[in-house]
Structures are given as structure tokens and as C-alpha cells.
Design a protein around this ligand. Structure first.
Ligand SMILES: [Zn+2]
Length: 434
């Protein structure tokens, strides 16, 4: 079973090379199970037992099943995660020449380990907006996915960079990250050449392309490794592994508690701070919860009471213990691959877990017969954060930050445990079942 779950995760990631694709993959899985898409511009009529989902600006998505019990008493149960991953983004006027080489300039999105993007078989994926008619509003957004290697950042030969192994691979973001695309064709300026490649791929006229958001990803498919396939490797395990686990839990109708409104809420822009209209720090989730409450005829006080009975399970990956780098871990809080989900704790509220939510998650693990671990960052290192604190602060609901152990977080290719993914699905399924 754990192999099957992990294989499905690898497939989910391979089909989701950008946050827009991650939202689409999630939406497709929900549609298969008869979830109905809602538009935020429409008036909503929601029924108990109804299954719905909403997408905001293509890359944040909330899916939910309306409970048939008392909405005040049961509140909302929410699994939160993020759809974006750090990496490189293609600039608007990306293509330029140097010598005869056409290169694509990039911005750095969030905090990737830049060196891991060198010498990899890179593809591009995201969305483009095209002109469809004469009026300014005649535009259409289309997803684009170059699933074969298209660009590359070749390393400098060691003969020209003799101390790379002593000093590490440092890349100047402006000068040394542009990606090799092609050799210049004499009759076509670089920017036109790149636009023609996109137009060809999408079967449209190059002149119709107005804008794009293009994410650079590693085209190598996900894989198992280790003697018994104990480990998995892929890009974007942070945080599509959490998205996939929550999705599996919501779609497991055999055990789902029908009385409570259960939601998955996946946000773009976590890697850049979540402060956007569709980010976890924005109004997306508060708006959707409010609209569900309105549709269920709750007055304002009842909405607040429903929120007070709610719980957020904020899922993002955790730093697995790496025995080659012992000094970076607190000796008593090493979290080990394939040893179960991690409760992330930080007294400075970089994570939302407090003793009560920590205990509730521990009980869920016990009930699911899944081991769990507790992570605290080294006291002398600054701790990262995630969507949990931003959502909990806005909604005022109880929350716990959890996640599976992961090696090389923010590498172009991360690795994790086969068994852990299965464990997390079991705990999340239990969360929606209680
Ligand atoms: Zn993350």
C-alpha cells in the first residue's frame, strides 16, 4: 500500500510542474469524484453533503464537502498546504544573445538551492495569456507544459573553476543563471525565436501572446531509490507531497465523517511570503469559509462560533535528519525518514503548534497506528515558517503545523520516505473521519 501511495504521489508531481498545474491536477482529481466547480463571481447555493471546489487565479484551490451536522457545533476541519515550489521564473523579455547563443534570463522565485539547477534537464511550465479578439477583455489563459528538456544551465568546467569543491558552487543571479536555449538563427531575433517556440507548442500565432508566468522545472520523472524502494526522489516534494496526502484523505469517502464540513486549502505564493490575493495571508480561505457559512444561513455570531469549533492541520515538509551534517540538528529533536509524520514546534510562533494542538495531532497518529516525531529547530539557527501562522492569525482558529521528513528541501530534486507518505495519508484520513 505504501508503494502505491508513493507512486501516485510521484505521478501527481510529474503532472504538476508548476503551481497552476498543481491546482489543475487537484481540480481534476476532485472532478473525478463529482466535486462541482464554483465561480467566486456567482451566487452560491450549497447543500449538505454537496462537494465543491473553488480556484482563485489558477494556482490556489479550496475543495470541500459540506457536512450534514450542526455547522456551529462541528465547525470546519481544514488541511492546508501550498502549491508553489521555489525555483526560477522566466523574465518577460527573457531571450537575448551573447555570441551566437540565445539565453533566457530568469528571476529567482523564493529560496531554491540554486546550484541544484545546474546540469539538469530543465523544462518550462506555467501559463500564458493570449489575445482572442479586438476588445481589451478578449484574452484567454492557457496552461503550457514543455515536458521535454528545453533549457539548461551548464556548469563551468572545473579546469576554469579549480576551487569549486573547496568554496562551493556560487552563482551570480544576474550573470550566471541565464539558461541556454539555442544557437541564434540568423533571420530571427532572439525574443522572436523564443516566442515562436511557445507559439508552436501552443499552436497559436506568436503575435497573440501577451504575457506569461513560466516556471523552470526538472523534467526527470520521480523515482524510488534504496534497496527496497524505501525512498522517493522528485522535484517539488515540498509541498506537493502534503497536497497529495490531503487530497487522498478528502477523497476517501469510505471513512469520511458526513457531519463536519471538511476542506483542503492549497495556496500559491507560500515560498514568497503568502501575502497576495490568493496566498495564505490573503482573503481566499476566510472568504470561502464566510461564503459557506452564509450559504448555510449562519448569522455572524454563529459564524464565529463555527470558527471557534474549527481546526487547521497545516501541512508542509520538515527537515529530516541528515547524518552527514549532524551539527545542524538539535540532538533530541532529530526527525528521521520513514519514522512518521513530524509535529513542528517553535515557541516564537514560526509554527502554530501549541501543546493542545500538538496533543490532538499525537492522538490522531495513535488512532491511525502511525508513529510520530517532534521537531524543534536548533536554538542558534533561525527557523523557517509556513502557511499555518498566517491562516491561524487571520481566522483565530486552533492549528497544528505538521509535515513529513524531507532531505534537501528546496533542491531541484528532493528526497523523502516511501512509508512516511502512507503514514501521512492515514493520519489525514483519520482527521477527516473523526
Ligand atoms: Zn513548503
Amino acid at each position: 500500500m505504501s508503494q502505491q501511495h508513493a507512486q501516485k504521489l510521484l505521478d501527481f508531481i510529474d503532472n504538476s510542474p508548476s503551481p497552476w498545474h498543481a491546482a489543475m491536477s487537484t481540480a481534476m482529481a476532485l472532478e473525478k469524484k463529482c466535486f462541482q466547480r464554483l465561480d467566486e463571481r456567482d451566487a452560491w447555493k450549497l447543500a449538505a453533503g454537496g462537494r465543491y471546489y473553488v480556484v482563485r487565479d489558477g494556482s490556489s484551490i479550496i475543495g470541500f464537502i459540506i457536512g450534514d451536522g450542526d455547522p456551529i457545533k462541528h465547525g470546519f476541519r481544514i488541511i492546508g498546504a501550498h502549491t508553489d515550489s521555489p525555483g526560477l521564473r522566466v523574465k518577460p523579455n527573457a531571450a537575448y544573445t551573447d555570441g551566437l547563443m540565445v539565453r533566457l534570463g530568469v528571476e529567482v522565485y523564493g529560496g531554491p538551492i540554486l546550484a541544484t539547477f545546474t546540469d539538469r534537464d530543465l523544462g518550462l511550465a506555467g501559463r500564458i495569456v493570449v489575445k482572442t479578439g479586438p476588445a481589451p477583455t478578449d484574452i484567454d489563459t492557457q496552461l503550457i507544459h514543455f515536458d521535454k528538456p528545453l533549457v539548461r544551465i551548464p556548469n563551468l568546467a572545473i579546469h576554469l573553476n579549480r576551487d569549486v569543491n573547496e568554496k562551493g558552487l556560487k552563482l551570480d543571479r544576474q550573470e550566471e543563471l541565464p539558461m541556454m536555449l539555442s544557437v541564434l538563427q540568423e533571420d530571427l531575433p532572439a525574443q522572436q525565436q523564443f516566442r515562436a517556440i511557445i507559439a508552436n507548442k501552443m499552436d497559436i500565432e506568436a503575435d497573440a501572446i501577451l504575457s506569461w508566468e513560466l516556471h523552470v522545472f526538472d523534467t526527470q520523472p520521480g523515482c524510488f531509490f534504496g534497496p527496497d524502494d524505501q525512498f522517493i526522489a522528485n522535484g517539488q516534494l515540498d509541498n506537493l507531497a502534503s497536497c497529495h496526502a490531503g487530497l487522498c484523505a478528502l477523497l476517501d469517502e469510505a471513512v469520511l465523517d458526513p457531519k463536519t464540513t471538511n476542506l483542503i486549502a492549497y495556496f500559491d505564493h507560500e515560498e514568497v511570503g503568502s501575502q497576495s490575493s490568493k496566498g495564505a495571508g490573503g482573503r481566499f480561505l476566510p472568504d470561502i469559509l464566510e461564503r459557506i457559512s452564509i450559504a448555510l444561513n449562519l448569522d455572524r455570531e454563529s459564524q464565529k462560533r463555527a470558527n471557534a469549533n474549527s481546526f487547521l492541520l497545516s501541512a508542509d515538509m520538515a527537515h529530516a535528519y541528515h547524518p552527514n551534517y549532524k551539527k545542524f540538528y538539535d540532538g533530541e529533536h532529530k526527525v528521521v525518514i520513514n519514522s512518521g509524520p513530524v509535529i513542528k514546534i517553535n515557541s516564537n510562533q514560526r509554527y502554530t503548534s501549541e501543546s493542545v494542538s500538538e496533543a490532538l495531532f499525537a492522538r490522531l497518529c495513535e488512532q491511525a497506528e502511525v508513529p510520530y516525531q517532534k521537531y524543534v529547530h536548533r536554538t542558534n539557527l533561525p527557523c523557517g515558517s509556513t502557511i499555518g501562522p498566517q491562516i491561524a492569525a487571520q481566522l483565530g482558529i486552533r492549528s497544528v503545523d505538521v509535515g513529513n521528513p524531507l532531505w534537501s528541501m528546496h533542491s531541484a530534486r528532493e528526497s523523502a520516505g516511501t512509508l512516511d507518505h502512507h503514514y501521512m495519508i492515514r493520519v489525514m484520513t483519520g482527521f477527516f473521519a473523526n
